[in-house]
Design a protein around this ligand. Structure first.
Ligand SMILES: Cc1cc2nc3c(=O)[nH]c(=O)nc-3n(C[C@H](O)[C@H](O)[C@H](O)COP(=O)(O)O)c2cc1C
Length: 218
C-alpha cells in the first residue's frame, strides 16, 4: 500500500510594499518601484516564485490609493476586535483582509511638513491585530531624506506592536530640480548612467536583510 502524497508546501509569506502617498500627481510609485527592483536585484529568488527552490517570500505592491478609507469611523477600539466580522463597515473588513494577507510591510513614505502623510496614520489606526507582531521596514524620501517622517512612523508602528527594522533608508532628492520633478510626479532618473540613489541601494539591501531576519524570528 502506498502512502498518500505529502501535502503541498504552504505558500511563501508575502511582503507588501506600501505606497504611502495618495495625491495626484505623486512620485511614490516610481520610488516604490525603485525600492522593489533594488530588493529584487539583491535577492532575486524572492520575486520569482516559480524558480526552484521555493522562494522564501513574495513581494506585492499595496497602494493606499487602491484602498480608500474614510477618516476612522469604527465604533469599537480596533484592539478590542477579535474577529474581522466584528467590524461595522465593509471598508474596514476589506482593509483588514488585505493587511492580513501579508507577513511584513515595507512603508515607502514621503515627508509632509516634517511628518508622514495623514492617510497612512488613518490606515494604520483602522486595525490592530492585523499589524500586531508583524515585521516592518521604512524607506522615506524628501528634500533631506524624510528622516523625521520615518522616525514618527517608526514610533506609531511600535504602538501597534510591529517590529521595525533598525535601518531606515532615507532618500534625499539631490537638487531643487529633482524635488520639483518629484512634486509633479515626473520621471526621475532612477536607472541607467545618470541614476540617482545608486549609493543608497546598499542601505536598502541592509534594511531588507533586517526585515527578513525579523520575519524569520516570527
Ligand atoms: C503637503 C506637502 C508637504 C511637504 N513637506 C515636505 C517636508 O517637510 N520636507 C520635504 O523634504 N519635502 C516636503 N514636501 C515635498 C515632497 O517631498 C515632494 O513633493 C514629494 O514629491 C512628495 O511625495 P509624493 O509625490 O509621493 O507625494 C512636501 C510636499 C507636500 C505635498
Amino acid at each position: 500500500m502506498t502512502s498518500p502524497p505529502p501535502p503541498p508546501p504552504p505558500p511563501p509569506p508575502s511582503i507588501a510594499i506600501i505606497l504611502c502617498s495618495t495625491r495626484t500627481p505623486r512620485i511614490c510609485p516610481q520610488i516604490a518601484a525603485f525600492v522593489t527592483s533594488t530588493i529584487s536585484t539583491l535577492t532575486p529568488s524572492l520575486t520569482t516564485p516559480t524558480s526552484p527552490p521555493h522562494p522564501p517570500y513574495t513581494l506585492h505592491t499595496l497602494d493606499l490609493l487602491a484602498h480608500p478609507l474614510p477618516f476612522f469611523d469604527e465604533p469599537l477600539l480596533p484592539s478590542q476586535i477579535t474577529h474581522p466580522s466584528s467590524y461595522t463597515h465593509s471598508h474596514t473588513r476589506a482593509w483588514s483582509q488585505e493587511v492580513s494577507r501579508h507577513a511584513a510591510y515595507v512603508f515607502v513614505t514621503p515627508q509632509y511638513n516634517w511628518g508622514y502623510p495623514a492617510v497612512v496614520k488613518n490606515a494604520i489606526d483602522f486595525l490592530y491585530h492585523e499589524w500586531r507582531g508583524k515585521a516592518g521596514m521604512i524607506v522615506s524620501y524628501g528634500g533631506h531624506g524624510g528622516g523625521r517622517a520615518a522616525g514618527q512612523l517608526r514610533e506609531v508602528l511600535g504602538g501597534v506592536r510591529m517590529r521595525v527594522a533598525e535601518t531606515m533608508p532615507a532618500l534625499t532628492f539631490p537638487s531643487k530640480d529633482a524635488m520639483l520633478l518629484a512634486s509633479k510626479g515626473e520621471e526621475l532618473p532612477l536607472s541607467g548612467e545618470e541614476a540617482i540613489w545608486r549609493d543608497e541601494r546598499a542601505v536598502i539591501g541592509k534594511a531588507f536583510e533586517e526585515l527578513l531576519a525579523l520575519v524569520a524570528e516570527g
